[in-house]
Design a protein around this ligand. Structure first.
Ligand SMILES: *Cc1c(COP(=O)(O)O)cnc(C)c1O
Length: 422
């Protein structure tokens, strides 16, 4: 469920007509629904309530302070992947003891910052990293709590660029050798292995990978305990898919049915690191058509959002629903609906890979009309860049009939600010 609906042929976010937002804040514009964000967090918290999970919002998905703060106020912790995200989580008011630190390449400075602030848990992904954490912990006279991130070697399940639990990706410790490794650290006084971590990939549209992951995890936890490790945390990561096309995603309860019994059996505290599930369908990208043209047998809609605003289509061949802000959306965005023409929806960036949608059937649109690109809340603004000298978009948060700017549009001055004056 989300709060983006067409009322009298005009797209609204809650009670606010999207054209009014475009008028006030300009385009391209990210629009988020506060109620949807809260609703999605609640859905996860209630689906997994039987094991009282620590839900750590994955900041990398959309780290805007206002959105992160909303998650923290809703009872969530944070999953961070860098010092920058740790800084952001703390700024948003997240208690350090609800922060888990992920990432395959934590630097010494980042590890130190995590100790200085007292984060809850390091997700460790290599032997070298564990050595570095132990060294720094010794130097600071501390004991690190770590979860071993294991790559459980499951069958492929998502796009090659977002699958993190198949053999041969950089993530996690190899499941075939993790026990040998764990054996070596049993007696290390500066690291306590207290948990197991698995993030299987994203977006996942079936419960099967979690079922397989849970089965492998239960066996591993037994063996780690046999070695003398006191395992009491099981971090299942994120990865829950959302509806980008139609109704392809599963409800949180479906994942809970598979995960909760395993967690209960393990006696561990469950940690989740959802990102996309919470914010993906809580945001849309609004853009304005600049030109249309026909060329090479194709019809192009050139609008003012580009790959620098939303890179998912370019990077992952992702499908985002695109439709005029004024109109009537179809049941199915993937077919040739009546009154539509086949278009490529592209941006102004000088790359053939700059597009939001390809070979898509849309009603004819002209200069000045507004388009909405749906399901853009996750990995949209978070991956935005200034490529082609494009200031990043503004972000606005809607709550009922109110709307607040939560990130101003960048200016041309912002683009050169960090450069040394010449
Ligand atoms: C990206 C990531 C997440 C969040 O994934 P979603 O699919 O957005 O839920 C969680 N944990 C780790 C370790 C990640 O890398």
């Amino acid at each position: 469920m989300d709060h983006f609906t067409y009322k009298n042929r005009i797209l609204h976010c809650d009670d606010v007509p999207v054209p009014a937002l475009a008028e006030k804040y300009g385009t391209p514009l990210y629009v988020y629904s506060k109620k949807t964000l809260q609703h999605h967090l609640k859905q996860l918290q209630s689906a997994f309530a039987a094991v009282n999970p620590l839900v750590c919002y994955s900041i990398k998905t959309n780290g805007n302070l206002h959105i992160t703060k909303l998650m923290v106020e809703g009872g969530a912790g944070c999953d961070v992947t860098s010092a920058g995200e740790l800084y952001r989580a703390l700024k948003a008011g997240c208690p350090a003891d609800k922060i888990v630190f992920a990432g395959a390449g934590k630097t010494d400075a980042e590890i130190r910052m995590a100790f200085d602030n007292g984060v809850f848990l390091f997700n460790v992904e290599s032997e070298g990293e564990l050595d570095a954490i132990a060294d720094i912990a010794r130097g600071m006279n501390r004991v690190a709590q770590v979860a071993l991130r294991v790559n459980p070697d499951l069958p492929p399940k998502t796009h090659a660029k977002t699958d993190t639990s198949v053999k041969g990706v950089k993530f996690g410790l190899d499941i075939d050798t993790v026990l040998e490794f764990a054996q070596k650290v049993v007696k290390n006084p500066h690291v306590k292995v207290v948990g197991l971590h698995m993030h299987l990939g994203s977006p996942i549209l079936s419960t099967e990978p979690y079922r397989l992951g849970i089965a492998k995890g239960l066996m591993l936890i037994d063996k780690l305990r046999d070695q003398g490790h006191k395992i009491n945390v099981w971090n299942m990561g994120g990865g829950f898919g959302i509806n980008y096309k139609k109704n392809e995603a599963l409800p949180a309860t479906a994942f809970a049915e598979v995960i909760v019994p395993g967690i209960q059996k393990s006696g561990c505290k469950l940690v989740l690191e959802p990102g996309r599930f919470i914010v993906g369908n809580a945001g849309l990208l609004v853009s304005r058509v600049i030109y249309t043209k026909d060329s090479g047998g194709k019809h192009f809609v050139i609008q003012d959002a580009a790959m620098n605003d939303l890179i998912r289509p370019t990077l992952y061949d992702s499908f985002h629903r695109v439709w005029p802000v004024v109109g009537s959306p179809p049941e199915d965005f993937q077919i040739e609906n009546p009154g539509t023409i086949k278009c490529d929806v592209v941006g102004p960036v000088c790359e053939s890979g700059d597009f939001l949608a390809k070979d898509r059937y849309l009603p004819p649109v002209g200069r000045g009309e507004l388009l909405a690109t749906f399901s853009a809340g996750a990995y949209g603004m978070a991956m935005a860049s200034n490529y082609n000298g494009r200031p990043r978009a503004a972000e606005v948060l809607v709550d009922g009939g109110e709307h607040h700017l939560i990130r101003r549009r960048e200016t041309n001055e912002d683009l050169i600010r960090p450069e040394i004056e010449c």
